[in-house]
Design a protein around this ligand. Structure first.
Ligand SMILES: Nc1ncnc2c1ncn2[C@@H]1O[C@H](COP(=O)(O)OP(=O)(O)OP(=O)(O)O)[C@@H](O)[C@H]1O
Ligand SMILES: [Mg+2]
Length: 289
């Protein structure tokens, strides 16, 4: 049984700050020039960095470059400056933790990095291309295939078995071959050690296993960037440890990994730690391993 797209979108929707922007939905924006870099199809390749370079032509540019990026939420007369002129550069293959207290702007930053939301002002370049100049199809492609998202609340569809949750991004990407989707979903589940739970529903899985299903879903399109917002926030420490082990191996494989957390133990496992406070970067340090 496949759910109608509307229901999938509803259940996969990102809660909170991005409002009605949806994980796989197109952003609400004005007209943009189309960039003619349709790129590789990303199927089955393990060369994640090269694959992303195919999509984004300026291979020598930093992967992620924020210049004076601000985000202001307006609610009636109230203005919340969630991000204030953030400058941040992240290179291909980095493993970065972003840390800060509740309300400091971490999720807002992740939504912008993941093209789920757009800055109020400032420039966001992804692979050297100003995101505001990307066409709708490139943005949808970037979000759906090039970036994997992992959230604190796993956002799994409760009525679907693990493998059907994992295949969803492929469905959104228009992959029509059912057998191929299932194979890719099972490979992704195997990569997080869950082969034996492919037919279990989320309620039949532990919290750590549910998060592993969510990571498999993030990986099924073989993205080169993985963005995780408090991925261990709902987990006990042993489960958190397993999940962090998976992120470490994603980094070792060459993916760019950005983890948002307010837990020091989690943050210091990354190779670089960026601290934000009141929407400002207050510290940015390499962590010696
Ligand atoms: N959609 C929104 N509308 C209005 N204000 C918002 C919205 N989303 C976030 N904010 C405000 O922006 C600021 C930053 O929020 P954000 O969710 O980015 O924080 P956070 O660092 O992720 O916090 P937490 O650790 O609690 O998840 C907060 O003051 C928050 O109240
Ligand atoms: Mg948050």
């Amino acid at each position: 049984m496949e759910l109608p797209v509307v229901e999938q979108e509803h259940l996969l929707g990102v809660p909170g700050p991005v409002g009605k922007d949806r994980l796989f939905a197109r952003p609400q924006r004005g007209n943009h020039e189309s960039v003619t870099n349709s790129g590789a199809n990303g199927q089955g390749s393990t060369q994640v960095t090269k694959e992303f370079a195919d999509l984004i032509p300026s291979a020598n540019a930093p992967l992620i470059e924020l210049q004076k990026v601000s985000k202001t939420y307006r609610m009636g007369t109230l203005e919340v400056k969630a991000l204030q002129e953030i400058d941040l550069t992240i290179e291909h293959g980095e493993y970065v933790a972003i840390m800060g207290q509740s309300g400091s702007g971490k999720s807002t930053l992740m939504h912008i990095l993941g093209c789920l939301d757009i800055p109020t002002s400032g420039i966001y370049r992804l692979g050297g291309i100003d995101v505001s100049k990307m066409g709708e199809s490139e943005l949808a492609e970037v979000r759906n295939r090039r970036i994997g998202f992992v959230f604190q609340q796993f956002h799994l569809l409760p009525r679907l078995p693990a493998w059907k949750n994992v295949e969803l991004p492929l469905l959104y990407a228009g992959e029509r071959d059912h057998a191929h989707r299932r194979q890719r979903a099972e490979e992704a589940l195997a990569s997080v050690g869950l082969s034996e739970r492919a037919t279990h529903r989320p309620t039949e899985l532990s919290g750590g296993q549910q998060q592993r299903v969510a990571i498999a879903r993030a990986l099924v399109t073989n993205p080169s960037i993985v963005l995780a917002d408090e991925p261990t926030g709902n987990l006990a420490s042993t489960q958190a440890d397993e999940i962090m082990g998976i992120f470490e191996s994603l980094h070792t494989e060459g993916r760019t990994v950005v983890i948002i957390t307010h837990e020091p133990d989690i943050a210091t496992r990354a190779h670089r730690l960026v601290r934000i406070k009141d929407g400002l970067v207050i510290d940015d340090e390499a962590l010696v391993k």
